[in-house]
Design a protein around this ligand. Structure first.
Ligand code: HSE
Length: 440
């Protein structure tokens, strides 16, 4: 066979590869996929069976499509792709595991399941040689996993700042720009299909940190667990904080970030942050997500798109299904072909901190305090704190305390002394060893 014939054959193979799908879940994403697939006949992918938990619920699809027996899909030899978009992380893992072991490719949107089982999922992929793709689990419609995996070399990736949760961004926009009450904003996020079935996963930052955990594997080859990452959500942000932001001309966003420090180690966390108007993330409103990547030579790049909702999420699932036609797999290049990155908690953060009762504040934990304002209803300070002090307790997000990072929050230890000196000089004070500017 000549070279040309081979190419023709591969081409034909690509176009004729029939994908027979077993779909788990027919909620916001599952039904979205069902509809999107109907509008994409060129893909040659059909859903043979859908496994659901509640058979009595009305569904907009032929009843014979549905079953409640998962093995009907997992043991069906004709089905070569399992798409799993359910919200029960334990059940999802069992489904994915059996599907891979049965020789099927898997597409998933379950960020929590992936975050909790990443090491086992990596092993299963190596063991079975099957594809396990999950673009929809990161920033829904933004193809961030494949970009991090394929485009950015470990050495070039200086940092990433991202909004990875659509619901919290939607709620922040509705509350602080459109003055909607928190409960109404959350209800709307639920009605529009953005929020998780348990919305505390969104509001308290669990969803964002799960996504961040998974993206760290593709960005830096870091395989960790969400419980090891510093995070919180938007649950403590007060109208007072939004007013302070407005006075400064800033907005508040829940920002996931990772930064390669001078020592080569990676700082990674998910925390609310004040964002200046010239920052790309300030432009990200409603259920949109945004990812700013800082790389060696290209400087900043900005990816933007819908981060939640039926069709935007289904579009990422669809793209993964399509990628299976050319046997695409994640190579986890940074993990297997480079020296994997190493997480560190040895750095400082510049943070704003608001509170109503000064006795709830561990002010000694701040290296120094740059601003201190007492208003009738609430007080705030802005200072610099070591990450250890945030990891070793919950004081900073309990009792109505609210911590929001300042713009450009990460301070590496090397810079610290310099900054400390400068800030004290500005305050008209000398730097003495161990000296802290305290609250009066
Ligand atoms: N609840 C998630 C969010 C859905 O709001 O971002 C998309 O992952």
């Amino acid at each position: 066979m000549g070279e040309n014939d081979k190419v023709q054959e591969q081409h034909a193979d690509y176009h004729h590869k029939q994908l027979v799908i077993g779909l788990f879940g027919f909620g916001v994403v599952g039904e979205g996929l069902y509809r999107v697939l109907h509008q994409t006949p060129s893909l040659k992918a059909t859903i043979k069976k859908v496994c659901i938990r509640h058979p009595d619920k009305h569904r907009n699809a032929p009843p014979e499509l549905f079953t409640t027996h998962r093995d009907e899909l997992l043991d069906d030899e004709e089905i070569n792709v399992i798409v799993e978009v359910i919200d029960d992380a334990n059940a999802a893992f069992e489904i994915v595991k059996k599907a891979l072991l049965n020789g099927k490719h898997v597409v998933s949107a379950s960020k929590k399941m992936i975050a909790e089982h990443l090491p086992e999922l990596l092993k299963l992929q190596q063991q079975t040689g099957r594809s396990f793709l999950y673009e929809a689990s990161a920033c829904a419609s933004i193809p961030v996993i494949r970009n991090l995996e394929e485009y950015y070399d470990n050495d070039l990736l200086h940092g990433i700042q991202a909004i990875v949760n659509g619901s919290t961004n939607f709620i922040l926009t509705k509350m602080f720009e459109e003055k909607l009450d928190y409960r109404d904003a959350l209800l709307l996020a639920q009605q529009l299909g953005f929020a998780e079935s348990d919305p505390t996963l969104d509001v308290e930052g669990y969803d964002a940190v799960n996504k961040w955990n998974n993206l760290l594997a593709h960005a830096y080859g870091i395989v960790t667990h969400p419980s090891k990452l510093l995070f919180t959500g938007i649950q403590n942000i007060q109208g007072f904080d939004a007013n302070v932001a407005a006075e400064k001309g800033w907005v508040i966003r829940l920002v996931a970030q990772a930064k390669k420090l001078g020592n080569g180690k990676v700082a990674a966390f998910v925390l609310p942050q004040f964002v200046k108007p010239d920052d790309h993330l300030s432009f990200v409103r409603h259920e949109y997500n945004g990812v700013v990547i800082e790389s060696g030579f290209a400087d900043k790049q900005f990816f933007y798109g819908k981060g939640a909702g039926s069709f935007p999420t289904a579009s990422a699932v669809l793209s993964d299904i399509s990628a299976l036609r050319y046997d695409y797999r994640y190579e986890y290049k940074k993990l297997y072909h480079h020296t994997p990155g190493e997480l560190t908690n040895d750095y400082y953060l510049r943070a704003y901190f608001s509170f109503s009762n000064v006795s709830n504040v561990s002010k000694d934990k701040f290296e120094w305090i740059e601003e201190w304002h007492a208003r009738e209803d609430r007080k705030y300070l802005a200072g610099v704190i070591h990450v250890f002090h945030l990891l070793d307790g919950n004081w900073w997000h309990e009792n109505g305390n609210s911590l929001i990072l300042m713009p450009d929050p990460i301070i590496e230890s090397l810079e610290l002394h310099k900054l400390k000196k400068k800030s004290l000089e500005l305050a008209g004070l000398q730097l003495h060893h161990g000296f802290k500017v305290g609250m009066q």
